[in-house]
Design a protein around this ligand. Structure first.
Ligand SMILES: Cc1cc2nc3c(=O)[nH]c(=O)nc-3n(C[C@H](O)[C@H](O)[C@H](O)COP(=O)(O)O)c2cc1C
Length: 174
C-alpha cells in the first residue's frame, strides 16, 4: 500500500463556516492540504474563454502537478453542490478544449467527495455529478461521506465515522 498525497478542495460561500470546519477536521486526520475556492477568482465557463486569465488555470496546474487524490468538500445548497464548486467543474471544460494536456493529467487520479448539509439526510442524486464526472475524466471515484453540524460542532459519532471513511477510502491505494 502506498501513502497518498491529497488535497481537499473546499467550495463553500464562506471560508470558516460549516464546510470549513469539516475541512479542518479532514486536514487534521489526513495531513492533506486544502484549497479554498472562495479565496480564488474563478469565473463561470465561457464559450469564448473570456475568463482564461483568472485563477482557474494556475490552480488546476497546481492540483494536477501535486496531488493524487482530490477530495471535493461542498455544502449542500438547494439539493446540489455549491455554485462555487459547480463553476470549478464547469471550467474543467477549458481543460478539454484549450488545455487538453492538463485535462488528460486528471486520468488515473482519485476523486472523493464530502458533503455538508443542514441535516443527516442527503437527497438521492446529489452524488451523481461527481461519480459521472470522475468516470468521464478517467478518474477513480472513491466515494462520498455526508456531514452536518449540531450546535456548530461536528457530532462525536460523525467524527468517528468520518475518520474511518478517510482512513479506509481516502488515504491508501493498492
Ligand atoms: C443557499 C443555501 C441553500 C441551502 N440549501 C440546502 C439544502 O438544499 N439542503 C440542506 O440540507 N441544507 C441546505 N442549506 C444549509 C447548508 O447546507 C448548511 O447550513 C451547511 O452546513 C452550510 O455550510 P457552509 O457554512 O459551508 O455554507 C442551504 C444553505 C444555503 C446558504
Amino acid at each position: 500500500m502506498m501513502k497518498i498525497k491529497g488535497v481537499i478542495i473546499q467550495g463553500s460561500s464562506r471560508s470558516n463556516g460549516n464546510t470549513g470546519k469539516i475541512v479542518s477536521f479532514i486536514q487534521e486526520r489526513t495531513g492533506f492540504e486544502s484549497i479554498d475556492l472562495k479565496s480564488k477568482k474563478i469565473g463561470a465557463f465561457d464559450y469564448n474563454f473570456e475568463n482564461e486569465g483568472d485563477d482557474f488555470l494556475p490552480l488546476m496546474k497546481e492540483i494536477v502537478y501535486n496531488y493524487d487524490t482530490l477530495i471535493f468538500a461542498t455544502p449542500v445548497y438547494w439539493y446540489s453542490m455549491s455554485g462555487i464548486m459547480k463553476n470549478f467543474f464547469d471550467r474543467i471544460s477549458d481543460c478539454l478544449k484549450t488545455e487538453k494536456e492538463l485535462g488528460r493529467m486528471l486520468r488515473g487520479k482519485n476523486m472523493g467527495m464530502v458533503s455538508c448539509g443542514s441535516d443527516a439526510e442527503l437527497k438521492k442524486g446529489f452524488e451523481m455529478p461527481f461519480v459521472e464526472s470522475a468516470n468521464y475524466l478517467g478518474m477513480n471515484y472513491l466515494g462520498n461521506f455526508h456531514t452536518w453540524l449540531e450546535n456548530d460542532l461536528i457530532p462525536d459519532s460523525l467524527k468517528t465515522e468520518l475518520s474511518i471513511f478517510l482512513e479506509n477510502q481516502m488515504m491508501t491505494s493498492e
